[in-house]
Design a protein around this ligand. Sequence first.
Ligand SMILES: NC(=O)c1ccc[n+]([C@@H]2O[C@H](COP(=O)([O-])OP(=O)(O)OC[C@H]3O[C@@H](n4cnc5c(N)ncnc54)[C@H](O)[C@@H]3O)[C@@H](O)[C@H]2O)c1
Length: 315
Amino acid sequence: MNNRNKVVLIGDGFVGSSYAFALVNSTLASELVIIDIRKDKEVADVNDLLDATVLTSSATIVRSGSYEDCKDADLVVLAYGNSQKNLVNRLDDIKIATEMVLDTVPKVVENGYDGVILLATNPVDVIARVVEEVSGFPFERIVGTGTSLDSARFAQYLALETGFNVADINAYVIGEHGNSSVAVWSNANINGIGIDQFIDNIDDSYKDKVGEMIRDKAFRIIKGKGATHFGIANCLLAFTRAILLDEKRVLMASAKLSGEYKNEGLYTGVPTVIGKNGAEKILEMPIDKREQDMFDKSCRDLKENFLLADLKKNR
Ligand SMILES: NC(=O)c1ccc[n+]([C@@H]2O[C@H](COP(=O)([O-])OP(=O)(O)OC[C@H]3O[C@@H](n4cnc5c(N)ncnc54)[C@H](O)[C@@H]3O)[C@@H](O)[C@H]2O)c1
């Protein structure tokens, strides 16, 4: 295990602190530096996390830091955002997250960071593109968590529905992490055997109903406790491991399309080879006509939403 990895986490709310806990337990990083504008929360979490390292024999040194720490970092993770307790409208969401990017990413770059920026900040597909523009980094070095969580929810649903172990289920969601996501039924399988062998009558209305349930899951969780954070924390951890260990894992990242799936010029959730260089290659899985139509619409929505960031005016 390579144990000389420095990770800088920016944004230490529900998502950031859950990720920090997962990272410390994973022992993947030798050093975790946390930056948040809420200094009291940042310092309290550092102290709490240091206690957590003891009995797991984690050698991770956790500390508060500054943007200078980005200089020799192996990975920078953005987990800031709006508190999910106060769900705001899409425009405000984009504007607020864009302001956070404008406040933080130039400082990451000015301090000499030249690695991958991994982000969960919503709306993640739009914000990945904002980060690309603000950082000036090559697009491969911007990796959003994309539809990794949506895909986990799809697989989890199918596992409960069929009774099989979720590890044997291959089922993915592509497109926007959000309203226009597309569950790829045509390709869903259990260790290579089509999902229609295990669930009867998978018609369009059933697909739509399950798609809606996957999308609504976040809202149901937020209603119960104010945020979703454990699931996304482990998604971030999977991306972190793939990048730091150069695993070349195929994860459902928010990556920039250059003609794949017949679309280009936007970030969205697609199967992507993740390694030390970030989003190294987008893979095109076969999708049917209905899924392609839904995906095209999702891409159109994302392009329109990106305009709401109004980057020219905001800079
Ligand atoms: N992509 C996904 O699948 C997914 C899933 C869940 C949550 N999220 C997103 O993750 C983000 C964080 O959610 P949360 O529940 O942790 O929110 P939160 O409100 O609990 O935490 C946000 C943190 O960001 C910090 N912050 C704000 N501006 C900052 C700045 N300029 N510099 C440094 N820190 C700053 C805040 O002080 C706060 O601690 C949101 O955008 C949320 O929508 C994404």
